[in-house]
Design a protein around this ligand. Structure first.
Ligand SMILES: C[S@@+](CC[C@H](N)C(=O)[O-])C[C@H]1O[C@@H](n2cnc3c(N)ncnc32)[C@H](O)[C@@H]1O
Length: 361
């Protein structure tokens, strides 16, 4: 089967009742009309995903000819982009497993679906985790070669991400740090810190992200093919965020939107990402302020209230994410939901605040 030819169906789209704009599954390029008002989503849960902010962000970016997202994560903002549009899109993430997943989905969604379609099994989870974190050479190659991808790494990575509870999946540094300090308490060598898989969904693994499955295996193939179609012409880079912010990637193409969603600098937050940092947000803010007055740039920076002191001509908008990541840490999550802010540079589109944004500050 040619998976690229599978036509988008509606089963993996998020209902979007707040915006009646047309949002088809087709990839970029003008002239596409929609049968759907729903948004395609990543097939894995991700800390800090911005799907609920995407509509607000695009209302301020408007009709740009070029889009750059240096901290791509689950890609919620790109996937929430209103269609049709034309022009380049460049995304980037320092996490090689994540960048590999998006590249593999673009080029071989059927193979990724094959490796991702396993029931949850703790023995496999740990064996695959060990195999994945040992792929140091592959991680190097991925950031050096823009065409490099591996569907097996992608499928196992996304499968494990959906099974794993909390952070730490495929965090090679954390794995190395912890491997010798883990106590062996005799429970089959697992120790108390051994990560347990998510078994609360009857062992469904990646399928739990897919709410309305009939023939589960086929649905995953079709879902990944929809993602492939949307991403077919997106450039996926793997490296530090600064690598995709030079003029050749941004303003050389004309009016450019840049969405900056670095790991937040809040010192009390937990370590969340395989590539985490509490200092990168400050550097991002510096870059944003330095470039904010360029009329060819529309910049949005995400963060917590009070995290960034922006110049007076920047707009600050409060928004609220969906509660909780897998229902963990509920009290803290609820407090943090109230702290989410987006800062928009002076050349972004000025608008009355939409009701759902929760009001400006
Ligand atoms: C807050 S998340 C982005 C979430 C994303 N907006 C979404 O909707 O899913 C931050 C991302 O930045 C990545 N990251 C951390 N440090 C980075 C760096 N120096 N350069 C590029 N990406 C980095 C992490 O791997 C993580 O995926």
């Amino acid at each position: 089967m040619n998976v690229k030819s599978i036509h988008a169906n509606s089963s993996h789209w998020e209902a979007n009742n707040e915006n009646k704009a047309l949002r088809p599954a087709a990839g970029r390029g003008g002239g596409v009309t929609s049968r759907s008002t729903r948004i395609l989503k990543a097939p894995f849960p991700y800390f800090g995903g911005k799907s609920r902010a995407a509509e607000l962000i695009w209302s301020r970016f408007g009709n740009v000819v070029n889009y750059v997202e240096p901290f791509f994560g689950s890609g919620a903002v790109l996937l929430g982009r209103p269609q049709p549009f034309s022009g380049p899109e460049t995304v980037n993430d320092l996490n090689a497993y994540l960048a590999n997943f998006w590249r593999a989905i673009q080029s071989d969604p059927e193979a990724v679906a094959y490796y991702a379609s396993s029931p949850v099994n703790e023995v496999d989870l740990h064996a695959r985790h060990l195999w994945l974190v040992k792929q140091a050479e592959f991680r190097e190659r991925l950031s050096a070669d823009p065409d490099c991808f591996d569907p097996k790494v992608a499928g196992w990575w996304v499968w494990g991400l959906c099974c794993w509870i909390g952070s730490g999946w495929c965090d090679a540094d954390r794995y190395e740090r912890n491997k010798n300090t883990r106590p062996n308490l005799g429970n089959a060598g697992q120790g108390v810190h051994r990560q347990l898989p998510h078994l609360g969904n009857a062992g469904q693994g990646v399928h739990r992200q897919l709410p309305h499955l009939g023939d589960a295996g086929q649905e995953i193939i079709e879902y990944f093919a929809e993602l492939a179609q949307r991403l077919s012409r997106v450039r996926v880079c793997c490296g530090d965020w600064t690598r995709v912010l030079g003029p050749s990637v941004t303003i050389k193409h004309g009016l450019t939107a840049v969405f900056l969603d670095p790991p937040y600098s809040a010192p009390e937050r937990a370590e969340l990402y395989a590539h985490d940092s509490f200092s990168v947000a400050g550097e991002v803010k510096e870059w944003a302020v330095e470039n904010g007055s360029n009329p060819l740039l529309r910049i949005c920076v995400a963060g917590y209230e009070g995290e960034h002191e922006m110049p007076g001509d920047w707009e600050c908008v409060k928004w609220r994410p969906r509660g909780g990541y897998d229902g963990q840490n509920r009290d803290k999550d609820n407090q943090n939901r109230e702290r989410e802010r987006l800062w928009f540079s002076p050349h972004c589109v000025k608008q009355e605040l939409p009701l759902f944004a929760g009001g400006g500050i």
